[in-house]
Design a protein around this ligand. Structure first.
Ligand code: FMN
Length: 260
């Protein structure tokens, strides 16, 4: 199940904040819908009848989008987020949607607003995502309100592989176990063990999403950056390099950021 969060955010980054956090929670890719001509503050001043936002809305204008989503066909689920404008999705979101083939996809719509409810937002968006099923649409202020939209990961067989250990150091052994899926290494759990001789071994084991959450908690303790913590635990620069080499040897994509 591959999922994508696409969002548009203009005024104050309210929708962006929700989208970014949700993409992280769901392990989804993220794409920001940006108009080719970015909105200025004056463009968004809907109290001025001549402002760009009003002209575009009332003339039902297309708003060309910068950039495209790569391999859109590969996504099974798409979460679309935007601020409610005039009781529906901003034109730029509709223009974005028109450019892709939505057939067979499951779509979830989330919106922020200055007070309006979600109303008929999804119904109005449906013609632009022809062939997709809009499963749910919700007004939100925080990503946690969409938690139930994240599909439960099927429990996988635990697949472990010793990627690196340092035989030259008897006090310390480092085991890196990982789930390997889509040619990508995903580290989703960790264990720390004290050896009988006072040394320690550190293991990173992967299996399901529940454990991903545990790993994030573990690696982020005290507000630390999980990747930095992992690097520190793996040892130092040299070991990280060896880890990278071990990944390379196996043809596994090593990510600078862990794919949580
Ligand atoms: C052109 C325009 C139209 C808007 N229309 C509505 C609306 O119909 N109902 C509403 O509650 N808020 C409306 N808003 C407010 C935004 O939905 C709200 O501030 C949103 O959370 C901003 O998100 P952003 O910071 O991600 O752009 C409108 C804002 C703009 C700029």
């Amino acid at each position: 199940m591959k999922s994508l969060v696409v969002y548009f955010s203009a005024e104050s980054g309210t929708t962006a904040k929700v989208a970014e956090k949700f993409a992280q929670m769901a392990g989804a890719d993220l794409f920001q819908i940006t108009p080719q001509k970015v909105y200025t503050r004056a463009d968004l001043n809907w109290t001025n009848p001549l402002a760009r936002c009003n002209r575009e809305h009332f003339a039902k204008k297309d708003v060309p989008v910068a950039g495209t989503v790569k391999e859109f066909a590969a996504y099974d689920m798409v979460y679309i987020g935007f601020p409610i404008w005039y009781g529906c999705a901003p034109n730029v979101v509709n223009t974005f949607c028109k450019d892709y083939d939505w057939s067979g996809k499951k779509v979830y719509v989330f919106a922020t607003s200055g007070g309006s409810g979600i109303g008929k937002t999804a119904e109005k968006l449906q013609p632009y995502v022809g062939g997709a099923e809009i499963v749910s649409a919700r007004l939100v202020s925080d990503a946690s309100q969409m938690k139930d939209w994240i599909p439960a990961m099927p429990t996988m067989d635990r697949k472990e592989e010793l990627l690196y250990s340092d035989p030259s150091n008897p006090y310390e052994s480092i085991y890196i176990h990982a789930k390997i899926e889509d040619d990508c290494l995903t580290v989703v759990d960790s264990e720390c063990e004290h050896g009988p001789d006072g040394g320690w071994s550190y293991r990173i084991i992967t299996f399901d999403r529940e454990n991903t959450v545990k790993a994030i908690d573990f690696l982020s303790q005290g507000g630390r950056d999980p990747f930095a913590t992992l690097q520190r635990m793996l040892g130092y620069e040299q070991r990280t390099r060896k880890f990278r080499e071990a990944c390379d040897e196996r043809g596994i994509q090593y990510q600078d950021r862990l794919a949580f």
